[in-house]
Design a protein around this ligand. Structure first.
Ligand SMILES: NC(=O)CC[C@H](N)C(=O)O
Length: 321
């Protein structure tokens, strides 16, 4: 079906979602990373970036929060840029685990076949793949430059978060060395883990994540900077990774109810990709048991359903003035 949606309709629905959920008290800040436990739980922001670069922003959309697992998408894009789609499939894989993001069981079960760059194990492997191999400083520069490209502006390291996370990431240390045991890490395990921990500690805003989502939705062309960041053929690859495992063990429920591939982080951020139409991000610190922001989920779901949008309904949607 051909369908037209106006920019003012999108603004109106986003405003409704913001008002409706801003006082919601569901969920709890992540507390296994001490820094995150202390973030103001009332922060709430929404941002939508359209294909012409128009930004629709509400609430705390310029607040810098810990990007956490949303950064797994960015570094998967970097690995795709450096290795191509086929190599990424061979070296990591594109399968959902159906298990929590930090699952060791998933690695044991999948030891002889690949998983996905969007859970901790595959994300640490993706960091190990970043070129140039063996050079931590240059790898870090490549990770940050890629995030800057995708978001149209630079992220900033939250030093306190990096320290907090490095001091408590025992489970992830086990993951890095277990991967080494199965030859599924391609650089020094400790260095790869440190790069992963540091990228999770980058401060980012909902506005920046909506631009990144829009860049993926726009075949790699950043609609704000107007720079072509990656080859358009990689867009469906990255969106399929997000669709498959963006909400970990709750991914099916999420796609079924929201209709949009999206990736979450325990810092409270969610980044959604609506191919050809927009990138959307919402941020609120309290998360559910799978590590997904409660308010961000409610807001994005509301906006998608109220606008009647879904990647599955086959509509040809045009956004009008
Ligand atoms: N789901 C997440 O956001 C987890 C990221 C966090 N840095 C971790 O590895 O545990």
């Amino acid at each position: 079906m051909d369908k037209k949606i106006s920019v003012s309709q999108i603004k109106e629905v986003a405003q409704e979602a913001y008002e409706m959920f801003k006082t919601n008290t569901g969920g709890k800040n992540a507390d296994y990373i001490p820094y995150l436990a202390n973030i103001d739980k009332n922060l709430f922001g929404i941002s939508i970036c359209l294909m012409d670069g128009t930004l629709i922003q509400l609430g705390d959309s310029e607040y810098r929060f810990g990007i956490e697992s949303v950064s797994k998408v960015h570094t998967a894009v970097l690995a795709l840029r450096q290795y191509g789609a086929q190599k990424l499939l061979e070296m990591i894989g594109a399968d959902a685990t159906g298990l929590p993001f930090n699952s060791i069981m998933a690695i044991l079960l999948e030891k002889d076949h690949p998983s996905t760059p969007l859970v901790n194990a595959g994300a640490i492997t993706a960091c190990s793949m970043v070129q140039p191999i063996g050079d931590s400083a240059k790898k870090w520069d490549a990770i940050v430059a890629n995030i800057t490209d995708l978001c149209g502006s630079a992220p900033q390291l939250i030093d306190e978060l990096y320290k907090s996370e490095s001091a408590t990431n025992f489970n992830n240390r086990s993951i890095a060395w277990l991967l080494k045991n199965y030859n599924r890490i391609y650089d020094d395990p400790d260095m790869s883990l440190d790069l992963y921990t540091r990228q999770c500690s980058l401060g980012i805003t909902a506005a920046q994540l909506s631009v990144c989502g829009a860049t993926i939705a726009n075949d790699g062309l950043n609609p704000v900077s107007k720079k072509q960041i990656f080859d358009g053929s990689l867009s469906p690859k990255i969106t399929s990774l997000i669709a498959t495992v963006g909400f970990y063990e709750h991914t099916g429920d999420w796609l079924y109810t929201s209709g949009i591939p999206a990736k979450t982080g325990v810092g409270g951020g969610v980044m959604g990709v609506m191919p050809g139409l927009f990138g959307i991000s919402a941020f609120a610190p309290p998360i559910d048991s799978a590590g997904n922001s409660v308010k961000a989920q409610l807001a994005i779901k509301y906006i998608m359903n109220k606008l009647g949008l879904s990647i599955f309904n086959g509509d040809r949607v045009t956004i009008t003035e």
